[in-house]
Design a binder for this molecule. Structure first.
Ligand SMILES: [Zn+2]
Length: 138
């Protein structure tokens, strides 16, 4: 995942203002190595019903661009989520759910849950990178 590169971070400013761009961005990220249906592993698709979703030609499953990502089933705007995601990963010492709630005018429980999701995903990425490094060393 290339999300943490410095040159990519500017894009979050744009993402925080543009709903459609958020979904386009997620789509490019999610299917960067091609489409793989999460139900049948089919690789052929047509345009789905929802914004940037993809419908499997084999089984007909309409896969949303957010499913399987931390942006799935959010109770708030995707733009806010992108902006918060940036806030959570850019500040090393961590931003609190209380300050996120204040800044984005959301319930603290909501921001707490989202922050946990982001941190967990970040930890998983770091672990994967660690495994890759170990693999390269041996
Ligand atoms: Zn399928």
């Amino acid at each position: 995942m290339k999300l943490f590169k410095q040159e990519d971070l500017d894009i979050f400013v744009r993402l925080s203002k543009d709903n459609r761009l958020c979904y386009k961005f997620l789509s490019e990220l999610k299917w960067s190595e091609g489409f793989h249906c999460s139900r049948c592993k089919g690789i052929s698709y047509i345009k789905g019903k929802k914004i940037h979703s993809r419908r499997c030609r084999n089984c007909g499953y309409d896969e949303s661009v957010t499913s399987g990502t931390i942006f799935h089933k959010l109770k708030f705007d995707i733009c806010k989520a992108m902006a918060m995601f940036y806030d959570i990963i850019k500040i090393k010492e961590g931003v609190t759910s209380v300050s996120l709630a204040k800044r984005y005018n959301l319930n603290q429980k909501t921001t707490w849950k989202f922050r946990q999701k982001v941190l967990k995903a970040k930890a998983n990425i770091l672990m994967q990178e660690l495994h890759t490094c170990n693999g390269n060393l041996s």
